[in-house]
Every structure is written in structure tokens, then in C-alpha cells.
Write a protein that binds this ligand. Structure first.
Ligand SMILES: *Cc1c(COP(=O)(O)O)cnc(C)c1O
Length: 343
């Protein structure tokens, strides 16, 4: 069983609204780049120095501030295995990305878990209090998965200033949708690592590429403790092509923003509670109808994500946002489930 506790097979051809992937696929430029790979390139161990330099330029950092990883998951696991010893404290605010707890448990860390409240508000005061004990790591997804909520930059700065001995991992997997980043702050805060992925907005989840940004000291420590070839050759050429043709990703990010509003409004009319989201998904509370909705939609090959386990009661569902026409299809199916309501 995978740590996400979901069936992850047999999703091809379905309307995949369960894993926050790009629902239209990778950019055409990425596909072309992968098709052009030669037999020699596939037979050769991948080289990282040149692509790291060109990607660093794109991100506006120095090559010694950027490390390529096998997905954001690879970054998270590597950060935790490098900096955490058994019984080191790792601070989390639940519900959050499931892999944080998974890797933290593997490392034998002591997990200190705070909680979003029922309105999905980030618990600033309890966090500030927990930071007084200088936990080894604080893992934060911004926007957060599965709540979709965004922590204000002033709050992040307050936390960073309050705990200079805590390493903050800011996971910006959904930055293409939120438009928010603290990446430039790695120059100001040696206790900050920013994690990014090409799996969500850039549509390369199948190739597994992430990256982490930190000051040169932290980056070089991470480089020294790493396996030699964590990233494959196809991922590198696809990512470089995606960055060269980034308009496609921006366009998709915009379309998702519009479709998110569209779907949120429809869900409210169906009587669901919808939490404001800055990502390419929304968390909705369907109450008692949730199990029936999930079952019925999956029969129609529309996959949503049940988040019951995060909240201790059924009702919560996370829905990936795709294009407007994909959201219209979802709404049509929901209408047949709630015939009394209009949308
Ligand atoms: C999806 C997701 C990831 C995983 O990204 P990969 O690059 O596919 O490993 C990391 N963090 C968050 C918050 C995510 O939602």
C-alpha cells in the first residue's frame, strides 16, 4: 500500500481530479524534447551541471543555490534524511501533504502536530509558541494540500525570524496557481529551503522532477549527502523544454483560476461548503452525501479524492481543477445526483 492510501492504478482515460495533476497533459515542447532523446543519451548517466545552471538562470538563482531532485517527494525525503535524527522534532500543521508525516515517521522523528481549525485557518499563535522550542524542521505546504489555503508572506517572515535554528521547508508545489513564492528569501534566511515540482502546473508528474533552493551552505550539504543520479535524463530535457515554452504553463494556470471560481460557485449552489483555495484544487464538504457522490462519480470515470481520513468524519472531498469544459462535465454529473438543485 502506498502511503497516500489510495488506489493509484487504472486511472488512464478517466477524468483525473484526484491527484492535482495537470489535466491537459505536459506542454507540446516537453513531448518533443523527450521524443528527440537519442540512444546514446539513454545509455549515458545523466549530467547535471549544465542543466542546473540553465534552470538556475530561469529561476533567478545561482547554480549553487539549486538542487535537482527526483520529484518534490525526493527533495522532502532527502532533506529529512539529511537533517533529522531519531527523536528530532518535526513540526507539522495537519491536515497537510501526507508524505511529510510518512518521511518523518521513517526517520524516527518526534512529530509535533498542530491543526488547522474548522474554517481551515492556519493556527499562527500555536505555531509561534511551538517554534519557541526550535524544532529541527518545520514542513509547510504553501498553498497547503489538501486545504488549498495560503499563509500570508508576513506570517512566514515572522515565523522565520522567530526560529533561526529551525529549518523551514516551504513546499511551493502549487506556485503556478497561487502566484506566490518566497524563493528570493533564501538569500536572507539560511534556515529556509524552498521546494518546487514539475509534477503539478508543468504537467510532468510521470517523469518525476523537483528541485530545492537554499543558501549555498545548505545546498552543498544536501549535495554531499545525495545519491549520484537521482534525476533521469528524460526529466531534464522535458523540464528545460517546459521552461523555454513557459507560456503554456502560464496559460494553463490562468484557465485553472477561472475554472476554480466557476466550480466553487456551482458547488455552493449544490449545498457544499467550499474553502477558499489558491491552488489547482478545492476542498469541499459535502456532508453525508460525500460517499454516494464519490461512488457515483467513479462509476462515471470521474475520480475525486476522499479526504475523510484527514478530518475524522466523512464529507470532505478534494477536487482537482482542470479546464472549464472538464469542470462543466463534473457539474453535469453532480446535477444528475442533485436533481432538485440548479446550477
Ligand atoms: C503533489 C505534491 C508534492 C509531490 O510532488 P512530486 O514532485 O510529484 O513528488 C509535494 N508537495 C505537495 C504539497 C504536493 O501536493
Amino acid at each position: 500500500m502506498n502511503p497516500a492510501h489510495v488506489p493509484i492504478e487504472g486511472r488512464a482515460g478517466a477524468l483525473r481530479l484526484d491527484f492535482n495533476e495537470n489535466t491537459v497533459g505536459s506542454s507540446a515542447a516537453a513531448i518533443r524534447a523527450v521524443r528527440k532523446l537519442t540512444a546514446e543519451q539513454l545509455a549515458t548517466y545523466p549530467e547535471y551541471i549544465t542543466p542546473t545552471a540553465s534552470m538556475a538562470r530561469w529561476f533567478g538563482v545561482k547554480p549553487n543555490e539549486l538542487t535537482l531532485t527526483n520529484g518534490a517527494d525526493g527533495a522532502l525525503q532527502h532533506i529529512i534524511s539529511t537533517f533529522v535524527e531519531p527523536r528530532s522534532a518535526i513540526l507539522l500543521v495537519d491536515p497537510t501533504f501526507v508524505m511529510y508525516r510518512f518521511y518523518a515517521q521513517l526517520s524516527g522523528a518526534q512529530i509535533v502536530a498542530l491543526h488547522y481549525d474548522s474554517e481551515m485557518k492556519f493556527p499562527v499563535d500555536p505555531v509561534m509558541q511551538a517554534l519557541r522550542k526550535s524544532p529541527r524542521l518545520f514542513l509547510i505546504a504553501n498553498p497547503n494540500n489538501p486545504t488549498g489555503t495560503l499563509i500570508q508572506s508576513v506570517v512566514i517572515r515572522r515565523m522565520l525570524d522567530a526560529a533561526p535554528r529551525t529549518l523551514f521547508v516551504l513546499d511551493e508545489a502549487y506556485t503556478e496557481f497561487s502566484g506566490v513564492t518566497v524563493l528570493p528569501w533564501i538569500r536572507r534566511y539560511p534556515n529556509l529551503i524552498v521546494v518546487r515540482t514539475f509534477s503539478k502546473g508543468a504537467g510532468l508528474a510521470g517523469l518525476r522532477l523537483g528541485c530545492m533552493f537554499a543558501c549555498p551552505e545548505v545546498s552543498s550539504l544536501l549535495a554531499r549527502t545525495r545519491e549520484p543520479f537521482p534525476v533521469n535524463a528524460a526529466a531534464i530535457v522535458a523540464a528545460e523544454a517546459t521552461l523555454r515554452d513557459y507560456r503554456a504553463v502560464r496559460r494553463y494556470g490562468k484557465e485553472v483560476g477561472v475554472a476554480r471560481e466557476f466550480l466553487s460557485n456551482a458547488l455552493v449552489r449544490f449545498g457544499a461548503k467550499v474553502f477558499p483555495s489558491a491552488a489547482n484544487f478545492i476542498l469541499a464538504d459535502f456532508g453525508e452525501s460525500a460517499p454516494q457522490i464519490l461512488r457515483r462519480l467513479s462509476k462515471r470515470r470521474i475520480l475525486l479524492r476522499d479526504r475523510t481520513s484527514d478530518f475524522g468524519r466523512p464529507g470532505y472531498v478534494r477536487i482537482t481543477i482542470g479546464t472549464q469544459s472538464q469542470m462543466r462535465r463534473l457539474i453535469r454529473e453532480l446535477q444528475s445526483l442533485f436533481p432538485g438543485k440548479t446550477s
